[in-house]
Design a protein around this ligand. Structure first.
Ligand code: ADP
Length: 394
């Protein structure tokens, strides 16, 4: 029997999963995804060597099946697929840990109810993260579950980096900047020395550019400042989210256009960003293929905003030694990296066009005074390691 750890990253429309032999820094046996949650789900998985696994699933899956139903099917499939594996723990990505959860934690009823209080702060993610935890509790009640938080990595920030200019009582209540994508930043921080040697301890800005997008300014591989705030709406323009927005716009939408809170939430989380500006798609790859000027304008705005946020983070670091691009857009879009880096020439950033086109790990030219790297992120291994360590301690 091989003991395995299941890692789940449950989002609104997909559930990503990976199965690791228990122990830290193991290689996943399976990685996969349930796409189209709530509207015709599709299961897919690959082995460690990247070859596809034919996931034979029941024929009668309800198109509207929810997270719990799909996780139940996934557990059944995992049990049948390799009956010689025993599930010993499940690790979950949980987007918001608020002020109370600064490191991974074994989930019990009290933890779950505390995490439920944070749903309004991450309405797009937290409910699905918690639905996955509840599903496992019902289906495998004896298997320990560990919640790993996207907010934890940023707890090293100074108070100034965390404060909004709000009245003190509101800050004291917890209306502060938390920051997100911490599991991705933790992974990148872990591998930086392999790529930068001693410069890894210097002033590094990591740009996590995926459907959600943020940047983290690091010194000594710890978070000093980040672009996301109280919620994952702040900072960079994203696939569907607006990023930083004059709060007066929200007041105007309420007072002059009569939108209620739910309508504003839907607008800001689902209808803005690349999708809203282009009117075509939230998907960067599709926009790059389009010759519609609105698609180009959306890409240009994404890059303009990213470069100006990065410039602001340079001041938090007092200079800059390296930039790292990661996540779907950061790892794959040479155009986005070029448009951002062209605007950073004033800091001494210069790209080597061929390396950039080839998504090479190092894309800065020999003249560039700043190292520019492209490093694939791996949030799942961070969750797997944390789950092993937390269960061993617990
Ligand atoms: P998530 O936040 O859902 O994990 P990802 O990190 O997978 O998102 O990033 C998804 C984004 O990456 C999409 O906008 C997608 O179009 C973009 N992307 C992936 N591959 C490419 C590519 N080759 N060129 C441009 N954009 C890409």
């Amino acid at each position: 029997m091989t003991d395995v750890v299941l890692v789940l990253n449950a989002g609104s429309s997909s559930i990503k999963f990976a199965v690791y032999p228990s122990g830290t820094n193991t290689v996943p046996l399976i990685r996969g995804k349930v796409a189209g949650v709530g509207r015709d789900p599709v299961f897919s998985a690959v082995r460690a060597d990247g070859t596809a696994i034919d996931m034979v699933m029941p024929k009668n899956i309800d198109a509207a099946a929810d997270h719990e139903a799909l996780i139940s099917l996934l557990l059944d499939w995992l049990a049948e697929h390799r009956a010689d594996r025993r599930l010993v723990a499940v690790g979950h990505r949980v987007v918001h840990g608020g002020r109370d959860f600064l490191k991974p934690v074994i989930v019990d009823d009290s933890v779950l109810s505390q995490l439920e209080q944070l749903i309004p702060l991450a309405p797009l993610h937290q409910p699905h993260n918690l639905a996955a935890i509840r599903a496992i509790s019902r289906l495998q009640p004896t298997v320990p579950q560990v919640a790993c938080f996207d907010t934890s990595f940023h707890q090293t920030q100074d108070r100034l980096a965390q404060l909004f200019a709000l009245p003190r009582d509101l800050s004291d209540e917890g209306i502060i900047r938390y920051g997100f994508h911490g599991l991705s930043y933790e992974y990148i921080a872990g591998i930086l020395p392999d790529h930068l040697g001693e410069r890894a301890e210097g002033r590094v800005i990591v740009a996590h550019l995926g459907n959600g997008a943020s940047m983290c300014a690091m010194k000594n591989r710890q978070s000093v400042a980040t672009s996301m705030g109280f919620t994952a709406l702040d900072g960079l323009m994203m696939g569907r989210r607006c990023g930083a927005l004059d709060a007066g716009v929200v007041l105007y939408l309420m007072q002059s256009k009569g939108l209620n809170a739910t309508e504003i939430e839907t607008l800001l989380y689902r209808r803005c960003g690349l999708l809203g500006v282009s009117g075509i798609s939230n998907n960067m790859r599709e926009l790059e293929r389009s010759d519609d000027p609105k698609a180009r304008e959306a890409i240009e705005l994404f890059c303009f905003r990213a470069a100006s946020v990065l410039g602001g983070l340079v001041t938090a670091l007092g200079g800059l030694d390296a930039i790292v691009f990661t996540a779907g857009i950061g790892e794959n879009s040479a155009l986005v990296r070029k448009l951002i880096c062209d605007r950073l020439a004033c800091f001494g950033v210069d790209l080597d066009p061929n390396s950039n086109e080839g998504n090479s790990p190092r894309i800065g030219s020999v003249q560039s005074s700043i190292d520019v790297l492209v490093l694939p992120t791996d949030e799942e291994i961070v969750i797997s390691n944390a789950t092993n360590e937390t269960v061993a301690l617990g």
